[in-house]
Structure formats: C-alpha cells, structure tokens
Design a protein around this ligand. Structure first.
Ligand SMILES: [Zn+2]
Ligand SMILES: [Zn+2]
Length: 172
C-alpha cells in the first residue's frame, strides 16, 4: 500500500510505500511522525474472514493521517495522458481527412477512443480521504465513489477549523 499526503507539520507532499504494517508515518522533510490509528488497516483472507496482521489482503478502514473514516475510490488515471491521446488521434485524423482517406480517418478516431477506454479500465483504483486529501494506492476497503455532499461537508468543516472564513465585518 502506498500513501501520498501533505505532512501536517510542514505541508510538504510525502510519499511512502509499504505502509500496511507501519505504526507511524515519518516525514522525510521535517521528521514529524503521524501515529497510525490502531485498526486502521484490517486484514482478511481470500474468503473475506479476518486474518492476522501481515497475512492476507490489507483493507483501509480509515485514513492514516487525519484519521477520517470517509474516503472515496476513484480511478488512478492520469488525465493529461488521456487528453494527449485524444489530441494526437485528432491531429492524425485531420491529416488523413485532408488526404481524403475516409476509412483511416474513422479508424484513427475510433482507435484512440478505444485506447482511452481500455486504459481507463486497466487503471487501478486509488482511495482519497475527504478530510485531508491523503491518497492511497493498492488499498481496498468498503469505500464508494466520490460523493459531492460528503466533500462539501468536509470543505465547510475545514473552513471553520482553519479560520478560512473571513471574520464578520460591521459593528459588534
Ligand atoms: Zn514534514
Ligand atoms: Zn485523512
């Protein structure tokens, strides 16, 4: 399991691998350690029954950083790559269209769309924490897709806690 998170102490993006059995996440930049909440990673066998830590498949029960329990699953697809494939395909089809090659033009357009779909399906899912934005790769768990309502709830909470809301003006 791999994690990418912003260090709560120095805000530097941290990337750590093999965190399934970690008891704390150490920031390489400032040395701050985030203690991993006990039971945040659960282990289960092939039949879904719980197993001892370090055996079976790890699933993420809660965020290791903040430690919120609400995470969403999303495809780990690099959007720029998807756009690049479409742009290259479109440019190539413009050339073949200019040369009046009808069949190759449509073959290229359908081909690039198909590559995008196949890449998307092959991409693994990654989990993102609503509260702190930490991202997990190679982690399963009972988490659904992105939910705007939950996202908004956490955004409002962050604003209240972080003092991101400007103080009320006017006479007091
Ligand atoms: Zn740090
Ligand atoms: Zn979090």
């Amino acid at each position: 399991m791999r994690i990418t998170y912003a260090c709560p102490a120095c805000r530097v993006p941290v990337r750590l691998d093999g965190i399934e059995l970690a008891t704390a996440l150490d920031c390489p930049a400032c040395g701050a350690a985030v203690p991993v909440p006990p039971g945040a990673v659960a282990w289960s066998g092939p039949d879904g029954s719980p197993t001892a830590a370090g055996t079976g498949v790890p699933t993420l029960r809660r965020c290791l950083v903040c430690p919120g329990t609400e995470l969403f699953a999303r495809k780990d697809f690099p959007q720029r790559l998807g756009v690049a494939i479409v742009v290259v395909g479109f440019a190539a089809s413009c050339l073949t269209w200019a040369w009046r090659l009808l069949v190759p033009t449509f073959a290229i357009l359908f081909g690039t769309a198909l590559i995008d779909v196949v890449l998307y399906l092959l991409m693994p899912e990654c989990l993102t924490c609503y509260r702190c934005g930490a991202r997990y790769r190679g982690a399963g768990g009972p988490h659904g897709g992105f939910d705007l309502e939950t996202h908004e709830k956490h955004r409002q909470q962050r604003l209240r806690l972080g003092g991101g809301v400007p103080p009320a003006s006017g006479p007091s």
